[in-house]
Design a protein around this ligand. Structure first.
Ligand code: FES
Length: 99
């Protein structure tokens, strides 16, 4: 039996948005419950590109970028879903402030 659902054409888009939100929640949970220091190299900033916080900080310290795009480019990567950008920007900002 077929059932027509209003807005069913948006299902794929909604699923993609839901997956992004789930990935972001995973990331937030990992950051919140991880008993690691800020300088610990195991903290992942960007899930899509597997960029670790230490790598991002080192890149900025070495003049590899002053914003997310340039820092990711210096690491040979580019932004994809964009979920990491606010966190990456805060890391870059803190590194530039201490430089
Ligand atoms: S987490 Fe998707 S681009 Fe960084």
């Amino acid at each position: 039996m077929a059932v027509a659902v209003a807005g069913a054409g948006r299902t794929a888009g909604n699923a993609k948005t839901t997956n992004r939100r789930i990935n972001l929640l995973r990331y937030i949970i990992i950051i919140r419950i991880s008993p690691v220091s800020v300088e610990d190299s195991s903290v992942v900033v960007c899930l899509c590109n597997a960029i670790r916080e230490k790598d991002l900080r080192d890149t900025v310290r070495n003049g590899g970028g002053h914003n997310t795009c340039s820092a990711y480019a210096a690491l040979g990567r580019r932004t994809r879903c964009g979920q990491c950008i606010p966190f990456a920007q805060s890391i870059i900002k803190s590194e530039l402030a201490t430089a």
